[in-house]
Design a protein around this ligand. Sequence first.
Ligand SMILES: *[C@@H]1O[C@H](CO)[C@@H](O)[C@H](O)[C@H]1NC(C)=O
Length: 260
Amino acid sequence: MLFFASSILLAAVASARPSRILYRDGPIEVGGFKVQAANRIIPVVVGGPQDTFVPNTVKASVGDIIQFQFSNGNHTVTQSAKDAPCKPLEGGIHSGHIPFEDGQTTVGTFNMPVTNADVMFLYCATGPHCQEGQVMVVNPTDDQQIVDYAKGSQSTTESVDGTTVNGGTVASIPLEAAAFVPAPAEEEPPAGAPPAADPPAADPPAAEAPAAPPAESSAASSAAPADATSAAAPAATSIPGTTTTTITVPAATATPAAAA
Ligand SMILES: *[C@@H]1O[C@H](CO)[C@@H](O)[C@H](O)[C@H]1NC(C)=O
């Protein structure tokens, strides 16, 4: 079951088959920006079992939309200057804090139109995430840039939060259409116990063994990851669905992929 990007990528454009790369004529307005030409949607997963961006480097063209999909935790996408990691660039990108909690069936997104080919340095402004390496680079000029930027972020002592949402549109997609599987639901820690920090993903499949009744109504939180695993797998190979995105675009026509 695939969720195609029906509202952002017009059904008319995708009449033959929805593909990864769609082209349209004429400008569209997305998140306050006029965007022309190619309209690739590039998913980037923010957070999850670890505080990361996946991938943490992206090559994007003008007209592409980078769709940040917010997994577990409470994260931001915030732009900094190259040499000032973990501090917002004046007038730069900022998504605001977008959480994902156990049991959610939708995924918060930040759709960022790429309006120029310049290198962009991005970080998460939540807590110590930037110092822990939750940083990424859009259109790096070489492979060393993300390494240097991460090292720079680790040498800071604290992050500065962004202020107003800028440079994109906050929206949401169905969990089934997301490019990630959420972390297993956390169990209530016993009173006084430290928060569980072990990576459950590496555990043997014992967690799925207990034959519990379908948890749809009784224990949705513990069953959510299992459901998501099967449902999300096929979607990860296609364009993440954007059926609930708030982006609207005018009519467009399709032209053949140039260099795909
Ligand atoms: C996310 O983090 C921000 C900043 O720390 C905070 O204001 C907000 O309440 C948090 N949201 C949730 C759902 O935890």
